[in-house]
Ligand binder design. Sequence first.
Ligand SMILES: NC(=O)C1=CN([C@@H]2O[C@H](COP(=O)(O)OP(=O)(O)OC[C@H]3O[C@@H](n4cnc5c(N)ncnc54)[C@H](O)[C@@H]3O)[C@@H](O)[C@H]2O)C=CC1
Ligand SMILES: O=C(O)C(=O)COP(=O)(O)O
Length: 392
Amino acid sequence: MKYNCLNPIAGVGLNLFTEQYNKTEDFNEADIVLVRSAAMHDMELPDNLKAIARAGAGVNNIPLEKCAEKGIVVFNTPGANANGVKELVIAGLLLASRDIVGGINWVQTVKDDPTVAKLVEKGKSKFAGKEIQGKKLGVIGLGAIGVLVANAANRLGMTVYGYDPFISVDNAWNLSRDVVHVKTREEIYAECDYITVHTPLIEDTDPSVNTKEMINEETIKQMKDGVIILNFARDLLVNDNDIEVALKSGKVAKYVTDFPNAKTANMENVIAIPHLGASTEESEDNCAVMAVKQLMDYMENGNIKNSVNYPNCDAGVCRAAGRIAIHHKNIPNMLSQFTSAFSAVNVNISDMVNKSRGDYAYTVLDVDSSNNSDVAAKLSAIQGVLKVRVVK
Ligand SMILES: NC(=O)C1=CN([C@@H]2O[C@H](COP(=O)(O)OP(=O)(O)OC[C@H]3O[C@@H](n4cnc5c(N)ncnc54)[C@H](O)[C@@H]3O)[C@@H](O)[C@H]2O)C=CC1
Ligand SMILES: O=C(O)C(=O)COP(=O)(O)O
């Protein structure tokens, strides 16, 4: 089996691959691909490609639907880099509150002056700021990162407001009970001195689901004067032209972004960080290990864990003579056709798992025969079947 890395992936993860797996520099001959932020939307997806693992959280760089149509499972690594991002968000809160960057840059301009010690005492008042303790922070999106940010800010003495209409049970359990649970984004806009966004980038006609450009003229208008906005999620969550106007007028005091672009990188009062949220040794290692383990379990057992375009499916380790994995449309009459294909050749199905997610489904069949290539070819020809893989 061949794997290709579209971005550098930590060695501690890649070292988990056994001798069955070989690295290839050629994307077109890969069975599996590991990726971080490389843009995949315009890439031609080869027929032999079976799975893509995003060593990270955001999957907006990957064509999920196109992959699902080709029976390519896309995984991510939920939570594996959340602490790295949380720590940078806390740094972002402090960088936006105290002119640390301005002060450091100024010291560089006077560092060769023998009276530098005196100069700093005289000049430091230009860089004075505010403390975060006692201020209100709004967290939009209480997933792996949002929960950690909310809890950490709460421990630093901030009053934290949290909004997430789709919060998972686990994340709700992990959220500090001191976090104020708000039911609308508007409450956050009206109340908070700092607002940080931690949702995926989602484009949808339903405004409660859509996150694209959720920070815009209309929503900024509802915020407090001098609000500080932090964006460690994706640049498209914020409308660049609207934030520019708001920064110029002082309505927004600072915009901290981990996703600078040609516009925001040139705006005054923007603190632009070069997408460093997940760039820590620990996060890179966690993501790589999780991504590789998920890929290996998929390749060797057909199990799917943490997919973003196919249902999760745990068929365990195969103890039968053969295992076939079928990617198919979630439509009527599929299972009966699969079972008929095996009964036609008098092969017993000893175990079966069938899972669906939206328009797509995944079926794993354990059978009492180790020679299944002919049946696999017949299964591939069934209308609605997207890919058939002989796992064992
Ligand atoms: N700066 C960086 O290096 C990194 C950035 N990210 C970005 O941060 C995002 C969040 O990451 P995680 O917390 O790990 O993901 P996650 O999937 O654990 O959390 C996302 C949360 O957003 C919530 N959500 C979805 N739509 C929403 C809406 N319309 N309104 C309010 N909440 C909504 C979900 O219910 C979920 O709880 C990623 O999608 C990615 O874009 C993630 C990791 C690193
Ligand atoms: O995990 C994410 O969503 C990130 O934004 C991290 O991206 P990266 O892996 O650092 O290119």
